[in-house]
Design a binder for this molecule. Structure first.
Ligand code: C2O
Ligand code: CU
Ligand code: CU
Length: 550
């Protein structure tokens, strides 16, 4: 594990203190002290206080052979309900964090690794200082204090490392965990609880013959994203759940670096979702299969009622195609046995006990206000998120991440609701747009029509299109529309029925050729909030930018 952290926090402070762009960002200028380290605020009366630490450790992933060296979070509860933390024994996943809407939470994070790190609470809507922006990465031995109120509705989220340049590898080595938020609306519903409400954290890994994690280093593979050949559920291989003949809630989280799952039962039974990223749906949705990209969550209603004792069902990732269509010449083969889009089992469910009753699937779940174009103030000039890969660099609007830069179209007025257009950018492969889609063109945010005109033209030899799960920090958004007209129809047909777009989202899978329009409120918090590809190799390669909300 050797890392070159070419932007340590301190170096960032040095360079940006001199830079003009830095001074233009009020959210940052407040932090131009000697350090970005944050201490507890006396006026913040926490309901819940937790001490988190990240360290290396040995855990038993496999029943046989040596233990596996991992990086892992551990936590202890200093204050608050005992149910706040649920530790998974002998597991690299961090403890499950159970929060209640309205709680004030303070978290002390101690970095006991040999490298910088910081935690991001993916899905939680928190102030900039508690969002785990990589500028807050702390050095070994340092402590960072998070303070936030739980504003989220009931739902499933996750926390993970967001260390600058090291996110992918640290998450890969174990630095992630599940977050459950409960609220009063959810409590009114007869949903499965307790032992019937279970995590389903899905990850893929590669192990050597000594049970040690293998990560990639080489460039072409890094560009495509890490794909492992061993599927782990809740930190263990060959997951099997003994279930009773009744309904369960399984909180499925894709905690993989780049693998996209197509969840489906082996016997063709449809799947029912009651929630998506960080929130319950207005009503359940039943689909033949459900797509789950890195960073996405889906709360599944799995009903084993009426199944005979002894029944064994397998939840698979079903075959699909097109996530890597721009790759000619079989580069997909580089990933070894388990290609992106291959079919494989994820977990088995064995009905082991017959029980008389089960909650019934509610017809409606929670009130959910659908946002429309009437709610936004930029209907005709959406904020662009152009996805491209040039010269082995995945980019957003032609740009790489830069800690202290925000383009004009990335400055958003606090309180506004914006339309954001996510699309693939095929404009010139000659590097001439490396200044960012020709920002003159995008200036004033009139980019929509221009980009349309350039459209699918100019498919140069460098053009390479992949599926990208696009995650925006801060408040959840809604999917306004998807346009698959420029996708390859045969490929798109293998995935398109698996997108659940009716609820609140913070991560959306954008297939090659696809355009997705979203509506995102920017309320409550000023400051810098990231948006990036949640293919974690892409994120670390710079496919990340930030909004300045002010
Ligand atoms: Cu789950 Cu910015 O990430
Ligand atoms: Cu996030
Ligand atoms: Cu990507």
């Amino acid at each position: 594990m050797t890392h070159q952290t070419n932007h340590s926090r301190r170096r960032f402070l040095q360079t940006s203190a001199a830079g003009a762009a830095f001074a233009a960002l009020p959210g940052l200028s407040a932090a131009t002290g000697s350090s970005l380290l944050r201490k507890a605020t006396p006026g913040f009366n926490a309901d819940v206080e937790i001490e988190f630490s990240a360290q290396t450790s040995q855990v038993r992933v496999f029943a046989d052979g040596p233990a596996t060296r991992v990086q892992t979070y551990s936590a202890s509860l200093l204050k608050g309900p005992a149910s706040t933390l649920r530790t998974l024994p002998d597991n690299y996943l961090g403890p499950i964090l159970n929060l209640q809407q309205g709680q004030k939470v303070r978290i002390f994070f101690n970095n006991r690794l040999q490298e910088p790190s910081i935690i991001h609470w993916h899905g939680l809507h928190v102030p900039q200082h508690s969002d785990g922006h990589p500028m807050y990465s702390i050095q070994p031995g340092e402590q960072y204090v998070y303070e936030f109120e739980v504003l989220n509705r009931a739902g499933t989220s996750l926390y993970h490392s967001h260390a600058h340049d090291l996110t992918a590898e640290q998450v890969y080595r174990g630095l992630a965990g599940l977050i459950v938020v409960n609220d009063a609306d959810e409590a009114k519903l007869d949903l499965p609880r307790g032992e019937f409400d279970l995590p389903l954290v899905i990850q893929d890994r590669r192990f050597d013959e000594r049970n040690q994690l293998q990560y990639l280093q080489a460039m072409p593979e890094r560009m495509m994203g890490f794909l492992g050949d061993t599927i782990l559920v809740n930190g263990k291989p060959q997951a099997e759940f003994n279930v009773k003949s009744r309904a369960y809630r399984f909180r499925a989280v894709n905690g993989s670096n780049s693998r996209i799952y197509k969840l489906g039962w082996d016997d063709g039974t449809p799947l029912t979702a009651i929630g998506t990223d960080a929130g319950l749906l207005a009503q359940p949705e039943t689909r033949p299969y459900i797509m789950l990209a890195p960073g996405e969550r889906v709360d599944l209603w799995l009903d084993f009622s009426g199944r005979a004792v002894g029944t064994r069902l397998t939840l698979n990732s079903l075959a699909y195609s097109g996530a890597l269509p721009g790759m000619h010449g079989g580069m997909g083969m580089m990933h070894g046995k388990l290609a992106q889009g291959a079919k494989f089992p994820i977990a088995a469910f064995k009905v082991s006990e017959k029980v008389a009753d089960s909650p019934k699937l509610p017809k409606t779940l929670v009130p959910l206000q659908r946002l429309s174009e009437a709610n936004v103030d930029n209907r005709d000039n959406p904020i662009p998120i152009a996805l491209s890969i040039r010269h082995m660099r995945p980019l957003l609007n032609g740009l790489s991440f830069s800690m202290d830069r925000v383009m004009d179209y990335e400055k958003v007025a606090l309180g506004s609701i914006k339309k954001i257009r996510i699309f693939h950018d095929h404009g010139g492969a000659d590097g001439q747009h490396s200044g960012g889609m020709g920002m003159g063109r995008m200036g004033g945010m009139r980019g929509g029509a221009e980009s349309d005109r350039r459209g699918m033209g100019g498919m140069g030899g460098m053009m390479m299109e992949m599926a990208h799960p696009i995650h925006l920090h801060g408040q959840q958004y809604q999917i306004l529309s998807r346009n698959g007209a420029n996708t390859k129809a045969a490929d798109y047909a293998t995935v398109k029925d698996g997108f659940i777009d009716s609820g609140w989202k913070d991560t959306v899978l954008v297939m090659p050729g696809e355009e997705v329009n979203i509506i995102k409120p920017f309320q409550d918090y000023k400051g810098l909030f990231l948006y990036h590809c949640h293919n974690l190799e892409h994120e670390d390669l710079g496919m990340m930018r930030q909004y300045y909300i002010g």
